[in-house]
Write a protein that binds this ligand. Sequence first.
Ligand code: ZN
Length: 396
Amino acid sequence: MAGTLYTGGDVFDGTGNLLTNHAVLVEGDSITDVGPAEKFTDHAGDTVDTKGGTLMPGIADCHVHLVYKGEADPRGSIQDVNPGEITLRVLENAQTSLKAGITAVRDCGGREYLEFPVRDACNSGRFFGPNIMASGKMICMTGGHGNKNGRIADGCDEVVKAVREQIHAGSDLIKIMATGGVMTPGVNPEDAHYSADEMRVGVQEATRFHKTSASHAQGAEGIMNAVNAGITSIEHGIFMDQECLDAMLEKGTYLVPTLAAVQNIINNADKGIADYVVDKARRVFERHQESFTMFYKAGGKIAMGTDAGTPFNLHGENAMEMAFMVDCGMSATDALSSATSVAHSLMTLDDRGQIKPGFKADMLIVNGNPTEDILMAAASKNHRMVVKNGRKVDLP
Ligand SMILES: [Zn+2]
């Protein structure tokens, strides 16, 4: 038996099960066997000792912005910056994430498609990085949330054209703005932006070309417009009400909560973030947590996502979102599943996110038992090793 055997500790399989004293055999880039440690006593290849720790799937973050580094003013930070420099930041942020156990990220809005070559280079193995899925430009209405950086489109015909542009440019998913948001001046998170019709044709066009879709949706009316249109995931979901919740459960719509986004603005309110951002973050904070808890208790599908790149919401600290979710009432085991199997499912990375034979060896080894103490997985100081495609991550 060749390959590398990870043995001595426990295994979290990504779907809610902690397997005590189990070993994982990796051959090439894949997991080929998982079983009780004693099954592998005649293993002749390399061994990695996981004693006192837990081996789990690598984490997927379903909502990041790789062009930003978490500056107080992210948009301003890339204004008048050489595109080559922005591209390097994208790679740097991707690799910083990987080192912190984030083996897949979904970029939900970039800059002039500069993130696409980095995505291709990481996905093909030309550079060491996480799996990256990227939306290209956010599609938004005139004056709407995201209008400083996004693709502005008004009316059904324009929205369809904007979706086609993204697909032609190479987008993996379509990001479309259903409501106002915190980071854009002069808009209210509560307000619906695109009409039900605009949203419907946009999502239909994405679906027609076999792309998933994500909607920045904070107010209830906008959430309904997106869910009724058939959106794959609701991002933020702050003012979700019972009608939204029922519709999302019925359609199987994912929620990507991004609790870290609002939390990090509030925690760093005195560090140069614009007043309108801080004010809106404070206004939505409690309701955001309530809607998360309500959706969780009702059994909705929650895929971990952070909005990393927004103010003080740093690439490399993505996993802390699991701790924020636990603070809002989620069990540690469910938070771990949300960040692994569920998040990879939303990203349609169906051969990643679980520790099972046949899955790719994207793995994180942490101290202790994260199903009892989520900080073992959430705080990167408790991480021991990250493995990507069967290879130990050893980036500078
Ligand atoms: Zn975002």
